[in-house]
Design a protein around this ligand. Sequence first.
Ligand SMILES: Cc1ncc(COP(=O)(O)O)c(C=O)c1O
Length: 398
Amino acid sequence: MQLSKRAVEVPASPIRRLIPYAEEAVRRGKKIYYLNIGQPDIPTPAVYFEYAEKYKPSVVAYTHSAGLMELREAFARYYAKFGVSVSPSQIIVTNGGSEAVIFAMSVVADPGDEIVVLEPFYANYAGFAHQLGIKLVPVRTYPEDGYAVPKKEKFFEVIGYRTKAIIFSNPCNPTGAVYDEAQLKTIIEVAIEKDLFIISDEVYREFVFDNYRAVSMLTFEEISNRTIVVDSISKRYSACGARIGTFVTKNKDLYAAAMKFAQARLCPSMTSQYGTIGLLTLDETYTEQVRLEYQARRDVVYEELSKIEGAVFRKPHGAFYIAAKLPIDNTENFVKFMLSEFEVDGKTTMVAPLDGFYISPNAGINEMRIAYVLNCDKLREAVKILGLGIEAYTRRMA
Ligand SMILES: Cc1ncc(COP(=O)(O)O)c(C=O)c1O
């Protein structure tokens, strides 16, 4: 018996592939600062559990495939707060933003079709596209200019007759870039000129710093017919395990098509949906407090990284990631070195090699991503250890 080609060729998660080295380091008694994975440490608000408990039915039943009406209404009120008017009938509650991405790709492209992706990108897009037989076509962004959206010409170079959509996250995982209106206009103009759909992944919407604003693609009425927004409560409310996201579109055909996929998978978790109704009662005081915490962490990481000679990066303005080019030959080897051979007082730091966030050959091999998901004191120590590790690794290579 043989596995499918799809199964054999699906890319492994770049974030998880170095875990065996980390497990071995822990077994040998080393303490690791994990900056490699985007799992927030901030406690999930208690209201999530209160609502899950309050709405305890006698039967944990299937809900509507688009999600509980009460929850979709709560999401519609949430979107209205930042000036976007969507109705519950334009929202599908999904099993995390992940399922919303899969639905979005599924409804815009057939096997063999292409979707343009701003690179580096959230690595699971590659896995989802692979499952669906869709080819991702990269348009590169670079650390030297803060991973900004490139000029239209760069898109035109790769767009062909099989290209159906452009996907990106804003604020961006893994770069922390926040695209301003001019950059979003570039994407919009390309989409209009080439008649493409836009899949805008906005799961980090609230995490923007220094007066930057994450502009939702839903605010551009002129492209509402070609836009799908992917959203999630995972990061916003530190509720990754609840698995609740949304697929939002004003295009009736896209919505109806996505509903067929939603009906096939029946529904998202009923209990999580009730918990999320609770989360959506939280006001800006909550998100502002979390935003300020991430901003303080970003500042610490930025300050400490700036002390590393030869590191190339710009101050990121969103999400909870910093991507940088390091003065080393190969980040994967460096991470293995940090886990297997290096320590400061029994401690080391783990970052994510950025090459797994690219599909362009040889791209990102000396870049890394830090997720600032630890408190400021731990982060400061973790990035100091990273700097010392880079010095030790470079000496060893010399
Ligand atoms: C940009 C982006 N989109 C989507 C997701 C998927 O999130 P979830 O499925 O937990 O909602 C993530 C998770 O890290 C992400 O970073």
